[in-house]
Design a protein around this ligand. Structure first.
Ligand code: ZN
Length: 349
């Protein structure tokens, strides 16, 4: 038994510090093995100029230990669960270096304590975030390193950063990593734009005939309609925009434009529906332009059109029952935010 470990061998993972503005975020929840709790969390830098993940590993020595004995410590990091001892970030364009390292056989080990592992580049796949394992070994220069202990930790991306490796360029990390895990209904084309309307905090905008939706940064910020944020808000906005397509295709048809239909005033609503019971009840008229996007002046007052009021009423209600239940998305959310208002669902858990 290696004598410096107290009482059963203890390794401690410390958390990197990062800050934005005046608010400093610091996670100080060191893992103390052998309890191996989950919930020790490391995030890629929130500095937009950096795309690095830094993990500081440190073993605690017994009081009676010789500090020189840290020279015998070696470290490796593994992917989820470590059952197959898979290297961290397998198949991803992520490069890792240790602050001090040693090649033993064909494997690079971190050497000593404390030691820092720095990863550069974000993974392509959302599934590459999440649970990882750090393993501590003893090595005295020959043979195979002897495992002393291990501890689990989790890796997150900075939600509003733009340092993911894929398309679309200039889209935030949440948009890139969440697209593959969302249910989009009838939305076929997904575009990102930081700001859709400089005058309004517009979450998203849809062109129903082409089934194209443009999402803004607001689509992952708190949804004032439901009070949800982050991946839940995105899920609800998707459901809302899908609803606009549903309505359009109910009035016209998939891919159809209204210019050849029963719509002489060209407001997007067919006269048969505007003059029907539902249209009349919602304030439509077949002789007035009720176009969704427009506002109109009534006796000196600016008012939303019947089209806007009707569609927003119907589609905001749909946000209460999204295409996929919000809770089913928790396991896919590896985002962290510097804003507590839209924190990731697994950060801090
Ligand atoms: Zn809408």
């Amino acid at each position: 038994m290696f004598g410096i470990w107290s009482p059963h061998g203890t390794s401690v993972l410390h958390f990197p510090r990062f800050s934005l503005g005046t608010k400093e975020i610091q996670k100080e929840d060191p893992i103390r093995t052998p309890a191996l709790p989950y919930g020790s969390e490391f995030a890629y830098s929130t500095n937009p100029a950096e795309n690095t993940l830094t993990i500081l590993l440190e073993a605690e020595l017994a009081e009676s230990a010789d500090p020189q004995d840290t020279q015998y410590l070696r470290w490796r990091l593994f992917d989820d669960g470590g059952i197959g001892e898979v290297r961290i970030f397998p198949g991803e364009p992520v490069t890792g270096t240790w602050s001090q390292q040693e090649l033993i056989g064909t494997e690079k080990y971190g050497k000593g304590s404390p030691v820092t592992a720095t990863f550069t580049g974000l993974p392509i796949n959302n599934s590459s975030f999440g649970k990882k394992k750090a393993v501590l070994y003893e090595y005295k220069g020959s043979g195979t390193p002897t495992k002393l202990d291990d501890a689990f930790f989790e890796v997150f991306f900075y939600k509003d950063g733009k340092n993911h490796p894929g398309d679309p360029a200039n889209s935030p990390n949440w948009f890139y990593y969440w697209i593959p895990v969302m249910s989009f209904g009838k939305i076929e084309n997904r575009i990102y734009s930081d700001v859709i309307n400089v005058w309004l905090s517009t979450y998203a905008e849809t062109d129903p005939p082409t089934r194209t939706t443009t999402f803004s940064m607001e689509a992952s910020r708190p949804n004032v309609n439901t009070g949800n944020s982050g991946i839940y808000a995105f899920n609800e906005i998707i459901t809302h925009e899908n609803c606009h397509i549903d309505l359009w295709e109910q009035w016209w048809c998939k891919g159809c434009i209204n210019t050849l239909g029963d719509d002489p005033e060209q407001d997007g609503y067919p006269n048969w529906w505007e003059d029907g019971a539902e249209g009349r009840a919602a304030g439509f008229s077949s002789t007035r332009n009720d176009k969704y996007s427009g506002e109109r002046w009534v006796q000196g007052q600016k008012q939303h059109t019947a089209g806007y009021k009707y569609e927003e009423g119907v589609c905001r209600a749909k946000e209460r029952s999204p295409l996929a239940p919000n809770w089913t998305l928790d396991i896919f959310d590896w985002s962290m935010s510097t804003l507590s208002s839209d924190q990731g669902k697994q950060w801090g858990r």
